[in-house]
Design a protein around this ligand. Structure first.
Ligand SMILES: C[S@@+](CC[C@H](N)C(=O)[O-])C[C@H]1O[C@@H](n2cnc3c(N)ncnc32)[C@H](O)[C@@H]1O
Length: 216
């Protein structure tokens, strides 16, 4: 399968994509619960050492997950491969910080982050690149730091050519919960929770997989 230039794809559809997904968390109680628990685990005490920020990797143009966690007291910034996505996220949330960056090579020092949330961004990498991405997450997490990842369940890869009515393509990798667990645990991160839920009405019809891990 040929993998498209995903930066170009999201550059092209950023605005339509944001309009479509900006309010999606309102209809996803399970995801909100996971994010609430994640927020509680990475919020820093007012009196205590100042740890690194949390990064929303592949934050997307709506920046809604970044917003959701920021509103729950998380010191969070968003990173995305697409400059147009980052511009759109900044426009929608001028009080938050968004940066252009690649999740395979995070602009962060070793052990600099207290958390990483990665919802549906790793999915756009070919399967062979997933272990390297998770190793990069582990590198940048401080001991005690948490990773919350969300991906599509299934097997193989699939693609759409002509997305949002534009002449661009996406490719998506699907994995099983065991495969995801093995890849994350294989980096040395400790897997704390694994979840699978059916798709909500209106979502792409794949089972949704979520994994919470910690750097010990
Ligand atoms: C399906 S969207 C998910 C957006 C958001 N996380 C959400 O849950 O709605 C995937 C996002 O990942 C970004 N992305 C894809 N590959 C990336 C990479 N290698 N590094 C950083 N961002 C990437 C895309 O530009 C896009 O904004």
């Amino acid at each position: 399968m040929t993998w498209p230039d995903i930066r170009h794809t999201y550059d092209t559809v950023a605005e339509e994509y944001a309009n479509t997904f900006a309010d999606e968390l309102a209809g996803k109680p399970f995801d909100r619960e996971l994010l609430d628990a994640f927020a509680e685990s990475v919020v820093q005490p007012v009196l205590g050492p100042v740890l690194g920020p949390v990064i929303d990797v592949g934050c997307g143009p709506a920046g809604h997950v970044t917003r959701y966690l920021a509103d729950r007291g998380v010191r969070i910034e968003g990173i995305d491969l697409s400059p147009v996505v980052v511009g759109e996220a900044r426009r929608r949330h001028p009080d938050l910080r968004f940066w252009v960056g690649d999740l395979r090579e995070l602009p962060a020092d070793d052990q600099a982050l207290s958390g990483i949330v990665a919802f549906y961004s790793v999915v756009h990498l070919p399967r062979a690149q997933w272990p390297g991405a998770f190793a990069e997450f582990r590198r940048t997490l401080v001991p005690g730091g948490r990773l919350l990842v969300g991906v599509h369940g299934g097997a193989g890869e699939s693609g759409v050519d002509g997305w949002f009515g534009r002449d661009v393509s996406i490719r998506t990798t699907f994995v099983s919960l065991d495969e995801l667990t093995e890849m994350v645990a294989g980096t040395g991160l400790t897997v704390l929770e694994r979840h699978q839920r059916p798709p909500y009405p209106g979502e792409y019809p794949s089972p949704r997989l979520y994994l919470l891990a910690e750097r010990r």
